[in-house]
Design a protein around this ligand. Structure first.
Ligand SMILES: *Cc1c(COP(=O)(O)O)cnc(C)c1O
Length: 212
């Protein structure tokens, strides 16, 4: 599966984050040996353990909801945090980035699904808090992240992904018009990545399809 998926994504200039949560190191190394370097995890402890034990040229992405008191464990090495959904979390990331004398890349997670269970910023709340987040000098905002509704209704998924792409483009033309960093839309998982590609994603997060 890896090779076909990778070449499909390469053709469309979309990055692959291999979501390795709950998968053993052996399975991760099988993909590593085929050239995969971006891996995503959703739990801090597992991320820290895998980072310390696996090859150092892996770029680790945090994709799950992140508690403020755990930011310090990943701040020294994390390559991208997809799940920033509050000013308080951004502020903590800024503080830990300064302590580690580095800049930390983040995405702002926007709630695009109607389901209550899905995390992320309400878009209006994001617009309210964004000016304050922009003040943080040790945070690089690379773009937006969203999770579609878990559904077979492709029209619904398409509408949600198009909404995120539209918000990304609006922000790119306004707030981020002078920023070279604001380039990424993280959307699409095993069940909906093809729709995400059609809707303009730049980064998909795929687990079950790759590892099963
Ligand atoms: C688990 C997870 C994924 C991957 O889901 P699959 O359906 O296994 O591809 C993507 N994004 C987030 C935030 C996840 O928690």
């Amino acid at each position: 599966m890896f090779k076909e998926l990778k070449s499909y994504l390469d053709e469309n200039k979309v990055k692959l984050v291999a979501v390795s949560k709950t998968r053993p190191q052996k399975s991760i190394l099988e993909l590593y040996d085929q050239g995969q370097r971006l891996f995503g995890e959703n739990r801090v402890q597992e991320l820290v353990d895998k980072h310390s034990e696996l090859p150092k040229d892996i770029a680790w992405h945090m994709i799950g909801s992140l508690q403020k008191n755990k930011v310090k464990y990943i701040a020294p090495f994390i390559s991208l945090i997809h799940s920033v959904d509050s000013l308080g979390l951004a502020q903590t990331i800024e503080k830990e980035a300064i302590k580690n004398n580095r800049k930390i890349n983040i995405l702002l997670q926007v709630k695009i699904a109607k389901e209550d269970s899905k995390a992320g910023y309400d878009i209006d709340q994001l617009m309210t808090e964004l000016p304050d987040i922009l003040e943080f000098k040790n945070i690089n905002i690379l773009g937006l992240m969203g999770m579609g509704t878990f559904t077979k209704d492709t029209n619904l998924t398409t509408a949600e992904f198009k909404f995120l792409t539209k918000k990304f483009r609006d922000l790119k033309e306004s707030t981020f018009s002078n920023s070279e960093n604001f380039t990424e839309i993280s959307m699409g998982m095993s069940g909906d990545y093809k729709i995400a590609v059609q809707c303009g994603t730049t980064m998909v997060r795929i687990g079950s399809l790759l590892f099963s």
